[in-house]
Design a protein. Structure first.
Length: 137
């Protein structure tokens, strides 16, 4: 049940973010020649290119938003591995910075689980004993 709620929450957040993801996707596609890509980033950019205008239901819009985020992570991961910049022009750097901000700004809050009681006995009160077995106050 908690997993279903978390999945629905993610779907709603991603769908709400879709219009911005679509704009960012178009910008990244425009500047693709100025972004340093590895095979994963190229794959995600290809998914963005093929599906950018074909998002007619909430699940598809949510998936598209996730692809933009995956693209951003792949580009940054490749740049870290190679220890080189992820872009070759200032315009592409700004576009990637915008996409990065979009990717990491808002994460859905996953509903917390209801605390469950722990098995076992509750902790006993600490008692001080006096001679004769009576408890001291």
């Amino acid at each position: 049940m908690a997993e279903e709620r978390a999945e629905r929450a993610l779907l709603l957040v991603q769908e709400r973010r879709f219009p911005v993801a679509q704009q960012i996707g178009r910008l990244l596609l425009e500047l693709r020649d100025s972004i340093v890509l590895d095979s994963w980033a190229a794959y995600w950019l290809g998914e963005i290119a093929v599906t950018i205008d074909d998002r007619d239901d909430p699940a598809k819009r949510a998936r598209f938003t996730g692809w933009v985020e995956s693209f951003v992570r792949a580009v940054h991961g490749h740049a870290r591995q190679r220890n080189q910049p992820s872009t070759t022009t200032e315009e592409a750097r700004q576009a990637l910075a915008l996409a990065t901000e979009f990717t990491f700004q808002e994460r859905p809050k996953i509903p917390e689980q209801v605390p469950r009681s722990q098995p076992g006995n509750p902790a006993r009160r600490e008692r001080r004993r006096t001679r004769g077995g009576r408890t001291a106050r």
